[in-house]
Design a protein around this ligand. Structure first.
Ligand code: AFP
Length: 320
């Protein structure tokens, strides 16, 4: 219901004058778009009265918001990124809503922020809506990942992509290569080897895609495979990665794992991370299993000093 309303708001944005910046920053210090705020309000309005929910957390709100059920102890906690990739709205490119549902521990009354700090493996449901040429809802409750397409006439989501499955192997990767100089050596090595194509160690040509909306990049991977990377890097802002653990990385990791893929920080499974704060960031590498395992391998290898030297020589060799 909320996703249908957000889809309509995105659809109308150029006509309604709701593209562009709202002129304020969110809790992460990132510029809020008008539609970030509109989508957040739609989700708050549409879920606040829901009997099953104890509290909500959003990328756009510094603190959690308790629902009207706080006194009757709703059983679940809802977390969301209301409009992922929102700068794409201005160029009529895909955006989406990402969400995650957790059990409220012991159905405490009222729920607290600490109740949200659960590892991704505790999620009972995860999903996203993508607002592209068609609006789709992609969901998992722990029994596979399934895609539903909005039929605009009836307003119903019809199951069109049952049991989505990510092939183990791929020749497509997604990363913002403008950040190359900031990456750590295992990521540099991985991307350089992909870019070296048939003459490099991978002995095959790779393709690169980057939509700048995680929802769209993950959707592509669920449909045809690939690997998506947003690693930590040398910049202050992404020292611990850019993406938010609780309402971006965890739900996407559950969807990917339920489709047979893998999701890692390079060092550990994303869904095993014990969160410490609501808006915590994490590095993410997810998608086709063989590629994510290769990346983990390179990270493990790079921990030892000698392989680091080998990497440096290899980088020199590739550059010159
Ligand atoms: P917003 O949700 O703030 O628009 O950010 C989108 C995002 O977190 C993720 O969806 C993209 O993969 C990533 O940022 C794009 O980052 P770059 O700006 O480095 O391309």
């Amino acid at each position: 219901m909320c996703c249908r309303t957000i889809a309509a708001a995105v659809d109308r944005s150029a006509l309604a004058g709701t593209t562009g910046s709202a002129g304020v920053d969110n809790v992460q210090g990132e510029e809020q778009k008008k539609l970030d705020i509109i989508a957040n309000d739609i989700l708050l309005e549409g879920t606040r009265e829901h009997a099953a929910l104890a509290a909500l957390a959003s990328e756009e709100m510094a603190r959690i918001s308790r629902t009207s059920q706080e006194r009757t102890a709703g059983q679940y906690l809802l977390l969301f990124d209301p409009l992922d990739g929102s700068s794409n709205v201005d160029i009529n490119a895909p955006v989406g809503t990402i969400f995650s549902i957790l059990r409220c521990p012991g159905a405490r009354v009222p729920a607290t922020e600490a109740d949200f700090l659960q590892p991704g493996s505790e999620q009972v449901c995860a999903g996203y809506a993508i607002y592209g040429p068609a609006t789709m809802l992609v969901l998992t409750t722990g029994e596979g990942t399934h895609g539903f397409t909005l039929e605009r006439g009836s307003g119903e989501f019809i199951l069109t992509h049952p049991r989505m499955s990510i092939p183990c192997q791929t020749r497509e990767f997604a990363i913002n290569t403008a950040n190359t100089r900031h990456w750590e050596s295992p990521v540099k090595r991985y991307v350089q080897e992909c870019m070296a194509g048939t003459h490099g160690p991978r002995q095959q040509d790779f393709n690169m895609r980057w939509v700048a909306a995680m929802v769209a990049d993950v959707h592509r991977i669920l449909l045809r495979g690939g690997v998506f990377l947003y690693p930590q890097d040398g910049r202050e802002v992404s020292r611990f990665g850019k993406l938010r653990l609780l309402y971006e990385a965890n739900p996407m990791s559950m969807l990917v794992e339920q489709a047979g893929g893998k999701s890692s920080t390079g060092h550990e499974r994303v869904m095993d991370i014990q969160p410490h704060t609501l808006h915590q960031r994490t590095p993410v590498m997810l998608g086709s299993r063989d590629e994510v395992e290769r990346l983990e391998n390179y990270h493990q290898h790079a921990r030892r000093p000698l392989p680091d030297l080998v990497d440096a020589l290899r980088n020199l060799w590739t550059e010159y």
